[in-house]
Design a binder for this molecule. Structure first.
Ligand code: SOE
Length: 382
């Protein structure tokens, strides 16, 4: 029998979609992986006590707080998991790090570069005391994307020339879809850009091992007023879509598109990389696969790699080959990696510095779109 492992109390702030999927990860990680610390679902925080208690009961949390400030200083909490809208990330993360708690923070790291800088600075200070911080870019933990990164790093694609990435959803296509916090700048920071664009920026940088050095962007808001929660209408103050061209540090060029108006596309997070020797392509809606192209001649063509072999990243902990994984597994991988880094005393990735770098890209996109700096209008004919 293996020796009893140490436990770590988790305190989670927020209990909506991300809270549900994070709870699932904390509950199951040690049953499939062998993290050095076994998570204990100690306390969940939510402002509305009745709803927080119901969520705690449903998702398996031992206790509830209605004020996150109490949660971050509790003795039975060693790690704070932030699953709230972006406007509270900085305050909660900095308080938790100062209280000596490890922090996992949902993406995007913050609503502004200034907040992200303060968080990254707090994380650097905490690190000196052995306290770790990580941003929750879960798509890095899709086995196919982790495998794609390994393929690029091995040199199998050769020199990287193109990165093409889109993140397409359609839940706002209907103008009658109601107002939510995601459509207010003060709570969400930005719209499709921060919510979806942040994921593909991180994924592109993760897979290629390169960073984005410059952008030229276009954003648009199609529906400017939406039915408000309390009757009447409310102004949408964020982008509905963001498109941008980018240069990568290794010399490749890239294009990105994030939208919630791609009717029929539910969660099409896609990434294609073209190198001098081979190409790869990924689509989250078929997340257990990678498309791979190399060679030439009449029989050459993209072929499907089913990324379900035990040798593929993360897969060995789960089911036999061909027994597919889903969205929720990416979060289990995320917390397994974070607990592993905490136990080993190493830096988790993506760090708050990585989150800050993504925030700077989002900021550059907004600035470029607002300035229309490199925009060349098409001349009218006579
Ligand atoms: C938004 O629609 C959303 O829930 C994002 O916030 C998540 O990060 C993404 O994984 C799925 O879509």
């Amino acid at each position: 029998m293996s020796p009893a492992r140490e436990t770590i109390g988790i305190g989670m702030v927020g209990h909506a979609f991300m809270g549900a999927v994070h709870s699932h990860a904390w509950r199951s990680v040690h049953r499939f992986f062998d993290p050095p610390l076994v998570p204990r679902l100690a306390v969940l925080a939510g402002r509305d006590e009745t709803r927080a208690k119901a969520a705690a009961q449903r998702f398996g949390w031992a206790d509830v707080e209605t004020d996150w400030r109490k949660l971050v200083v509790r003795d039975d909490v060693g790690l704070v998991d932030i699953c709230t809208p972006g406007d509270s990330h900085a305050e909660i993360a900095i308080a938790a790090l100062e209280a000596g708690k490890h922090v996992l923070c949902e993406k995007p790291l913050a609503n502004s570069v200034a907040e992200a800088e303060a968080m990254a600075e707090a994380a650097r200070r905490a690190r000196e005391r052995g306290v770790r911080a990580m941003v929750a870019f879960n798509y890095r933990r899709v086995p196919a994307l982790a495998h794609a990164r390994n393929l690029v790093a091995s040199g199998a694609l050769g020199e990287i020339r193109h990165v093409r990435s889109v993140y397409l959803q359609d839940w706002l296509s209907d103008p009658r879809a109601p107002m939510t916090w995601r459509l207010r700048k003060e709570s969400a920071g930005s719209g499709a850009l921060g919510d979806l664009g942040a994921h593909i920026v991180d994924a592109a940088q993760f897979v290629t091992g390169e960073v984005i050095t410059g952008v030229s962007a276009l954003t648009n808001t199609f529906v400017k007023q939406r039915p408000s929660e309390g009757g009447g209408t409310d102004e949408v103050t964020v982008d509905d879509t963001a498109l941008f061209l980018a240069r990568l540090s290794g010399g490749a060029v890239a294009s990105f598109e994030a939208t919630r108006f791609a009717l029929g596309r539910k969660n099409a997070m896609r990434l294609e990389v073209n190198g001098s020797k081979a190409s790869l392509a990924f689509d989250f809606e078929s997340m257990n696969e990678l498309q791979w192209y190399e060679g030439s001649g009449t029989e050459a063509g993209f072929r499907r790699i089913l990324v379900t072999e035990p040798q593929h990243p993360y897969v060995g902990a789960w089911w036999p080959p061909g027994h597919l994984l889903g969205y929720e597994h990416t979060f289990t991988h995320e917390v397994a990696d974070f607990l592993g880094a905490i136990g080993a005393g190493t830096d988790p990735a993506p760090s708050f510095d990585d989150g800050l770098r993504v925030q700077r890209v989002l900021d550059a996109v907004e600035k470029s779109a607002a300035a229309q700096a490199t925009w060349t209008a098409v001349e009218e004919g006579k």
